[in-house]
Design a protein around this ligand. Sequence first.
Ligand SMILES: [Zn+2]
Length: 1009
Amino acid sequence: MHDDISLTVGRVRRVLTERVWPAVHPESQPLTVEVHQLPGEPVPPAEGLELDYEPYCVGTPWGPAWGTTWFRLTGTVPQEWAGRRVEVVVDLGFDTNMTGFQCEGLVYRPDLTPVKSLNPRNQWVLVADPAEGGETVELFVEGASNPVLLDYHPFLPTQEGDVQTSSPKPLYTTRRMDLAVFDAEVHDLALDLEVLFELQAELPEGPRRMRVLQALDDALDRLDLQRISQTAPDARAALRGVLDQRSDASAHQISAIGHAHIDSAWLWPVRETIRKVARTTSSMTALIDETDDFRYGMSSAQQYAWIKEHRPEVWQRVKDAVAAGRFVPLGGMWVESDTVMPSGESLVRQFLYGQRFFETELGVRTHGVWLPDSFGYSPALPQLVRRAGFDWFFTQKISWNQVNKFPHHTFWWEGIDGSRVFSHFPPMDTYNSQLSGSEVAKASTQFRENRVATGSIAPVGWGDGGGGTTREMVGKAQRLADLEGSAQVRWEHPDDFFARAREELADAPVWVGELYLELHRATLTSQHKTKQGNRRTEHLLVEAELWAATAAARAGLDYPHDELDALWHQVLLQQFHDILPGTSIAWVHREAVAQYARVTAAAEAIVARSLEALTGAGETALLANASSYAIDGTPAGGVGLLDAPAADGTALEERDGGFVLDNGVVRVVVTGEGLITSAVDVATGREAIAPGGEANLLQLHQDFPNLWDAWDVDRFYRNRVTDLRDVESIAGEVVDGVATVTIERAITPESTVRQVLSLAPGSRTLTVDQTTDWHETEKFLKVAFPLDVRAEHTAAETQFGHHKRVTHTNTSWEAAKFEVSMHRFVLVEERGFGVALVNDSTYGYDVTRDVTDDGPTTTLRLSLLRAPRFPDPETDQGEQTHRYGLVVGADAAIAAREGEVLNTPAREITGGEPVAPIVEVDGEGVVRTAVKQAADRSGDLVVRVHEALGGRTRGRVRFAVPATDVRRANLLEEPLPDAGLEPDADGWVSFDLGAFEVATLRATPPPTT
Ligand SMILES: [Zn+2]
């Protein structure tokens, strides 16, 4: 036979696109449209429906950036449409080449019932099926004219990212607002054709492909293009044979779950996310009602809480669909947070607040962590996932790696403490599947565990304003359930997939350590004030809990549960994976900074009133120490007397235009250029600075990545650097025994930096307080510390411990990690000597090795500031502050302590008398991270400790207030079975801890009589 493959392919493509899909709505007539364009922010739907409307012509431009326009659509179903399915079709001016990220609408009935959303690829609304003919139609559309920020001109700076700077001109032009007949048979024909057309493209040139092609030709031969409705059944009959062929016995099994990845803020503000979620969930509950087996999954308790608060009418539908098992809460977290930067306590609260919401509001506990899209995953996560009671972990993002292909799709992921969590990455490499033939085939061929396992997950649907799963995707799933040549697709709860995968993969491969994303490395630095706000508030809330719990136990104050819950919710929301990473528009970061200020003020007020109640009135100088280390004689978690400054403070000597600072523990030489050329551990005489090296050297790099400006720093940024040596002024002084050196420089003619170096008596940390007036574009500011240490690894703090990364770049995996994460410290060590850098608000660093004539050295550099111009063209402009420090003669214990003390400094207060801690913690390497009242408001005390050094240890905890029934608990504060702890004669309970193990203790106060 002659080969006609390309002819058939071209024929199907054209007929399907130009004739069959448009014939799905074969008859239509325009609706009468009226409009009310709202100035400013949205109003509740009840107000929207009551607005004054004026006539509107379809085809008229509407909607300035961030505006809301209400449309009122009225009409009458023609009598001749009786018995047919009638829909409203609305095109708000959509660009169907984009699935979301643009204008959207939510349709309401006059009684305020939400109907469904309008999205670029989801433009219909059901009126009646079947229609009687003659019914009147009245619908309202809340149209949101969100600007397109990423697609037409990706990564160009734009002012549209904030309502304060966006332009007032209308962005969209409506094309269609019609009543129309929906022809189900033509819709089915379109799906039959599309599924087979996409299938054949993935098949080898064997009999199956040829028979499918022939059937497609036969079907189109039977289709009269002028009478599509009438001839569709006959055309479908020609496809029946190939559609009925069953799939192979070894076909890959795709476990589909309806999905819409809705970023809780990103290229739109939080207020718009609230509406995006309401729109998408309206559509998804409607689709659930119209189908039999479709299931939709949604993560993020915060998004459910928004629906509950702002769209109660949608909330009831969600609750009903959850109760029916069709709408599946996923993930058990408050938001899909970043997992690299939040503290251990923050991640615990993501799980605690997430699961509690699902359980109390929906009666559901989720069994897995669902994080398709955040930018790398901390190696502390496996333990936290398991201790929060989850069985599985899901992401997809690592498929975005620039260099190295991740070797597994279904595997055990092992964390720093040795905990393992069963994990899956969908081999389809997307969390927005449309079940296209190529995606389905890709899942099947790419799946790395094909030798031993049968299936993978596919999250199906458009996110971020795309409206979720479409009826076309549901139709495709139906056809792909059992089709020769294709993987098999079925709607399924991810729990069921994981249960099966675990049985199949009894001996699953293991990945140890962080899931480093080889992309988006600059998210550790962009939007400094957002990062600083996160670090400061997560510490402040832990401190507020400690003093509030202490004041409740010792002074009878009520524990402020409501207030603390609300503050945590706010901090957890800002940890969303486009806010904390600094990748959102200006509006989002402006609001984040304002929220952090509010949280700070409220938490400070809790601290102040708790301490006031605890110490009583008086003028005694006191030190309130919330850290988990004793400071200047004040016990951890207690209030002590503030000692007078030591008689002999740190010595400061001028030398060669610079200064020498010496407190008897550390001696530091600062040159006239403000650079550190020597930092000696006095006791051992060991020098910390590399021979000939200059530490505290600020380095300015050009930083213009190829793509994703706020997200990415590309490797070549290092090739161009300016060392900042020119000094405007340098001055030294001793204040209250603390020696300081103040250095001022110009970075460029536009930007300046002021550093105050200080060495306190008795401290081994030289602290740098830096204020930068930053007016750069596309630059990266680092501060370098060349160290006389031959370090094989860096040890960087993460949640509840630290993790080691090799300092070499032997393989592509290590070379890709040229910018990596830390929390409060990074340590380099050789046997017997180490140096650490600590910080109070940054997360990125890099490490390089060098060899000098005097031996090998290691250079650590902290990442301080960037200046990308997309999506926020003014990123980080203006005054920025940092506090960081060089710890001379450090090991993991010292680094952890210095890091914590820098972030939880003791407070100098006045009051009546000292206060003893309510909880004491003891044991080598045992660190306390939380003392609080239980979230269930029972009045129980909850204490969390962990092993911080990476070895086994034995810890002790004593409740210094009456407590009974001390038990170990999970991270959700639920007592573990058989985990009771018996106190000894002195009231201490003892327990073993493994390396980096987290332990939560829960104690019940005795009943008051
Ligand atoms: Zn996302």
